[in-house]
Design a protein around this ligand. Structure first.
Ligand code: ZN
Length: 664
């Protein structure tokens, strides 16, 4: 909720060298600085800071960015919190954005809900400690499970009596509003308009946000009362403050331990988390009442990339583990799976073993997913070639989602060894699978920009269909097909946008300087081309809009862009390791990229256009192979004409490139 102008002031003031050197000791290396990366255990300095670009980046783990990104990653805090930190460092007074009525309402609603939940937590805890039923039933249960006093206190466990209306009545009497009893889901309204306690007769597990706020509750029915009640656990319903797919039970108590151990254990239930804490293992969390989700992985990823799934040795546990694997791999997590001995869950196992014994068991028994899946699936597959093929396909599917090539390679080797398959076969299968995945994934975002219509006109095959699904798929393919070309052009915009690359001659013979952005945007406009990849299209549009601003420096503008999607993309493109000249080295001179813009940029443009033309030519050939079209004489000649036209364009382009290079 910081005013955008304040945000811009902070971004302008923050000096990347000053910000990073508060945490990393930096040495000068040429125009840059280098140091040990704070984000991975680094032995040789892989972390470089470029004061000129205003960014930092680790070549080994890829972390870094502008000053805000750095602070966010370093302190595991949000974008806004990072801005506040920098504002403080640079003595910038924060002007809060004026909230609309709705925003104010929403904010005070959230505050009220946190206050309501905090009251409820204290109420339930007090009942557990001091109420007769709480002490006998609630406390009795915890004692029977062997929970220690300090653990009950730490997790702020509680109890709600069987009265059904007791909590609601007391809260109302204390002046809490019915509205927030309902909004938090602590109570619900019965048919006769009475407020009933959602958690009556249950043991209470408060659920904390990462910063320790109470966002919801889990309630467990006691085994003596399960008659007629089907669910053992009830959780708070989804609310403004509780989104169960974003929440990990125990994260507030585990985050420091996870960071320290550089590893996180995932278990299934609340009591698993608590028992392990009691046994002295604190880097452990559980999904709260859901299957493992993408957002939960993101949350863990802020602290570590190493995950171990701890599951019961029964079939259900194994199935649950298998289900989560691909999602975790896709997020570039390093995952291990550890099955507990039969008839044990983390809760019972923690109670029977010391912390050291438990840790030793994990170390001895955790395996990576290849071994886990192989072991699990191979039993059935041993003598059945079809099942064996399925197992291999399954493993290939898992390896294919891993983003890092080196990691994929390691797993391919391991898989080959375990199953006695030729690595080369696996490599090609994984590559095939990756292509298929990418095609499915590259669904571009509909920005609703005016350029969308143009795209269709320029590139869709002559007989466009009005079936949106088909168009979407086609566009997704195009976005992928032209990614490389669009990326290179956008890189030229980000790195050299404002630089003068050539002089154009006007009709009256005068010479006009042309910047990289002007050149690119005019050239694309002339041919009615826009980018398929939304973030590049956005950079192109914004660069065009600002190209003639006084003192506009493209790299600074995009690297510090207010939208993190744009700034991240720009940082990626601004990073040293990608050199345009590595892609194109037509001349054998020692000129730098910047000195060769007059020839590099036109070449990038021609490359894109060639790719577009080649793609349409290929499509036409495909069309002509279609028997239905081959039978249609008109359609055929239409296609043939377009084919000839495109071939001509190809020739003209080659010549055109020569023309422009002469201009300098
Ligand atoms: Zn690093």
């Amino acid at each position: 909720m910081i005013d955008p102008r304040t945000v811009q002031r902070i971004l302008d003031a923050a000096d990347i060298y000053e910000v990073v050197s508060d945490f990393v000791s930096l040495k000068k290396r040429g125009v840059n600085y280098i140091g040990l990366c704070p984000f991975h255990s680094d032995n040789t300095p892989s972390f470089y800071v470029s004061p000129a670009k205003g960014i930092c980046k680790c070549f080994a783990c890829g972390n870094g960015g502008n000053p805000v990104h750095f602070v966010m990653q370093h302190d595991n805090i949000s974008y806004t919190e990072a801005l506040r930190y920098l504002a403080k460092k640079y003595n910038i007074e924060i002007v809060e954005k004026e909230l609309t009525k709705e925003e104010q309402q929403a904010q005070s609603d959230r505050e009220s809900m946190f206050i309501m939940n905090t009251y409820a937590r204290d109420y339930f805890h007090n009942i557990l400690r001091n109420h007769e039923e709480g002490r006998s039933v609630g406390m009795g249960y915890f004692r029977q499970r062997g929970f220690r006093e300090d653990i009950i206190e730490k997790f702020q466990l509680g109890y709600c009596t069987e009265h059904r209306y007791a909590f609601a009545q007391e809260a109302i009497q204390k002046g809490y509003k019915q509205e927030f009893l309902l909004k938090t889901g602590l109570c619900y309204e019965t048919d006769d308009k009475k407020l009933r306690d959602r958690f009556w007769g249950r043991i209470i597990f408060p659920i904390h946000s990462i910063s320790g706020k109470i966002i919801g509750f889990g309630g467990r029915v006691l085994s003596t009362q399960t008659k007629g009640i089907t669910a053992k656990y009830v959780n708070s319903p989804e609310s403004e403050v509780y989104h169960k797919s974003d929440v990990l039970y125990g994260i507030y108590f585990a985050k420091n331990a996870i960071q320290k151990a550089n590893c996180c254990y995932i278990v299934e239930g609340y009591t698993d988390v608590i028992s392990m804490h009691q046994a002295g293992i604190e880097n452990v969390v559980a999904p709260s009442g859901t299957a493992f989700t993408f957002q939960q992985i993101k949350l863990i990823k802020r602290f570590t990339k190493n995950l171990t799934l701890l599951f019961d040795g029964d079939a259900a546990g194994i199935k649950a583990a298998v289900k989560s694997i691909n999602m975790l791999l896709e997020e570039d997590m390093n995952i291990k799976i550890c099955l507990l001995p039969e008839d044990e869950d983390p809760d019972s196992f923690a109670r029977k073993n010391s912390s050291t014994e438990f840790q030793e068991y994990i170390q001895k028994n955790e395996v990576d997913f290849i071994r886990f899946k192989t072991r699990f699936l191979e039993k059935e597959a041993a003598n059945d070639p079809i099942k064996r093929a399925e197992l291999i396909k399954d493993l290939v599917g898992s390896i294919a989602v891993i983003p890092e090539a080196i990691t994929r390679d390691i797993y391919i080797k391991e898989c080959g060894q375990l199953l006695h398959i030729d690595d080369r076969l696996l490599v090609s299968e994984v590559a095939k699978q990756r292509t298929a995945n990418a095609e499915q994934k590259q669904k571009p975002v509909h920005g609703g920009t005016q350029a969308e219509g143009q795209k269709e006109e320029t590139i869709t095959p002559p007989f466009a269909t009005d079936n949106t699904a088909v168009i979407d798929a086609a566009r997704a393919r195009k976005a992928r097909e032209f990614l490389k070309y669009e990326q290179q052009i956008t890189q030229a915009i980000v790195r050299y946008g404002e630089k003068i690359m050539c002089q154009m001659e006007e009709e009256d013979g005068s010479q006009v300087p042309v910047s990289v952005i002007n050149y690119i945007s005019n050239d694309l406009k002339e041919d009615d081309i826009s980018f398929y990849n939304p973030v590049y299209q956005r950079i192109l549009e914004e660069a065009t809009a600002h190209a003639n601003d006084a003192n506009f420096i493209s790299e600074r503008f995009f690297v510090n862009h207010l939208d993190p999607i744009v700034s991240s993309a720009a940082i990626e493109l601004a990073t040293e390791r990608y050199q345009l000249s590595k892609v194109h080295s037509k001349t054998q001179t020692v000129l730098s990229d910047e000195e060769r813009l007059f020839e590099l940029v036109p070449m990038l443009m021609i490359n894109l256009k060639n790719a577009i033309v080649a793609s349409e030519l290929k499509e036409i050939i495909e069309q002509l192979k279609n028997p239905a079209i081959a039978a249609d004489e008109n359609k055929c000649s239409e296609l043939m004409n377009r084919y000839k036209e495109l071939k001509d364009i190809e020739r003209i382009m080659a010549k055109h490139l020569g023309d422009r290079v002469v201009l300098r």
